[in-house]
Write a protein that binds this ligand. Structure first.
Ligand code: MLT
Length: 265
């Protein structure tokens, strides 16, 4: 995997170097960029898919210092990566935590976003009980490592249908969650601190595709509908039987929605 140095940090990323429009695909928590493999395989030669590992994940630096992690820091990191790659504008796609980051990217680097894909995500900040839960998870990881949380997340993130019928996908998801403990703790810190982006939805003026798994229990269809209702002209696609990681759980439907949207730009 290629590496770049941005703002003093090593960042690992995939780049399919396809001919079409550049698309920056930003992973969920606690995954790394390998969660985008089904999109890279199917669409990587038609589009230039760039799949970074955010700080703390995959092959990127994973500092212990929690203050190194925020949606803003990740947004600046990715803008710096685009500079390194000589890319001015991208289609920005974020799934869940990647979507939270996308709102920060829009606040800080709006000019560079030509279109937006928000998958299995929400605009709201964490409620107080959500922040508390993440703090408990951070303590658990510090004491016991990441394996307990990973097993819990397999159950929470993937739909029952995926867990029963697609064991290869469960395996792939587990592998994409194999990231440093510091990244888990940092990712939770960044999610805890993110602001509410609800009021900014109405000002999004680029073509926007909203995708959600029908059985997403973490950022349910209602959260996607809210984004869709507030972002003028956006499209909403619901992926049947998929849970929260809809791109990995139902790649054909997800890729179809992606290709149709990219083709329309
Ligand atoms: C993610 O999939 O990125 C996270 O599970 C989202 C969250 O915990 O809010």
């Amino acid at each position: 995997m290629p590496q770049a140095t941005v703002n003093g940090r090593q960042i690992a990323y995939g780049d399919t170097r396809g001919d079409g429009v550049p698309v920056l695909l930003v992973h969920a928590f606690p995954f790394n960029s390998t969660m985008w493999q089904p999109q890279v395989d199917a669409l990587g030669s038609r589009y230039r898919l760039i799949t970074p590992d955010l700080t703390g994940f995959g092959g990127s630096d994973a500092p212990e210092d929690r203050s190194a992690y925020s949606m803003d820091a990740w947004a600046d990191l990715l803008a710096g990566l685009l500079d390194e790659l000589g890319i001015d504008k991208v289609v920005l796609a974020g799934l869940s935590m990647g979507g939270y980051m996308a709102f920060a990217f829009l606040r800080r680097h709006r000019r560079r976003v030509s279109a937006l894909i928000l998958a299995d995500t929400r605009a709201e900040a964490d409620p107080p009980e959500g922040v508390e839960k993440r703090t408990t998870q951070q303590g658990l990881i510090e004491r016991e490592g990441t394996s307990g949380l990973i097993e819990g997340m397999v159950g929470a993130l993937l739909s029952e249908s995926t867990r029963t019928n697609k064991l290869d996908v469960v395996d792939q998801a587990r592998k994409a969650m194999d990231n440093p403990a510091a990244g888990f703790i940092g990712g939770l810190e960044a999610m805890k601190g993110r602001p509410d982006s609800s009021d900014e939805l109405a000002s999004i003026d680029v073509p926007t595709l909203v995708i959600v798994g029908e059985n997403d229990a973490v950022t349910p269809p209602d959260a996607a509908r809210k984004i869709h209702e507030h972002v003028g002209g956006s499209r909403l696609v619901t992926i049947p039987e998929a849970g929260h990681i809809s791109n990995l759980e139902s790649p054909e439907a997800f890729n179809g929605a992606l290709a149709e949207f990219l083709g329309s730009l």
